[in-house]
Design a protein around this ligand. Structure first.
Ligand SMILES: Cc1cc2nc3c(=O)[nH]c(=O)nc-3n(C[C@H](O)[C@H](O)[C@H](O)COP(=O)(O)O)c2cc1C
Length: 190
């Protein structure tokens, strides 16, 4: 069993909200994310880390953005309440953005791909330290309004939230059943 095959998405509801993640561990995890490959070494990822009381500020901010961007006809109280509550459940929440230079040498899609590589590094590094992680992409956390709330300008694309925390023992979900590898690979030998 490898680090890759044993990583699971661990949702905040099954993280131990009272057990903090040390700043030292977070710096190592973010340092591993920062080793991801990037075309032209643009290193487009931006990580805004929320711990302690800042998590409640994040939950309140997401709800306020939801109220602003959601038409009355589409409002869903359960979704709104989850947006506010979930960041309070995990000890660490990381908002992920990618910087895209308008008309730059590197196309937007490559900056998004590089940032996704950084997030995978981050989640595997957390797993190596026995921490759970979960990448969540509620529509509000992908909006330019959320980027602005974080103080980021219009050259940034939001890619969601990554939750980190110690899994509650015995609550790790079983591995999801995946397609056969052969359905996703074409071998060309001659
Ligand atoms: C880009 C991305 C966005 C995701 N967003 C969500 C999400 O919004 N809600 C959710 O329940 N899971 C989300 N996930 C997690 C997947 O549901 C999860 O990775 C998948 O079920 C496989 O489980 P595993 O991570 O334990 O292998 C996301 C994963 C990725 C890579």
């Amino acid at each position: 069993m490898s680090l890759f095959s044993t990583r699971r998405s661990i949702k905040p509801a099954v993280m131990d909200s009272h057990r903090e993640v040390s700043r030292e561990a977070l710096v190592e995890i973010l340092g591993d994310a920062h080793c991801a490959p990037t075309h032209g070494l643009t290193q487009p990822w931006r990580f805004h880390v929320f711990t302690g009381a800042a998590r409640a500020r994040l939950g309140d901010g997401l709800q306020a953005i939801y109220d602003r961007v959601t038409p009355a006809s589409a409002r869903n109280e359960e979704k709104r309440s989850k947006l506010g509550a979930t960041p309070r459940l995990a000890p660490v929440v990381i908002a992920v953005a990618a910087r895209v230079v308008p008309n730059g040498k590197i196309p937007e899609v490559e900056e998004l791909l590089a940032t996704a590589c950084a997030v995978e590094n981050l989640m595997l590094s957390a797993h190596e330290k026995s921490l759970g992680s979960y990448w969540s992409t509620p529509p509000v956390a992908m909006t330019p309004e959320f980027a602005a709330w974080l103080g980021l300008d219009a050259t940034h694309r939001m890619l969601g939230l990554v939750y980190l925390g110690h899994p509650v023992p015995g609550k790790t979900p079983p591995p999801p059943s995946r397609h056969a590898l052969g359905d996703h690979v074409v071998w060309n030998d001659a």
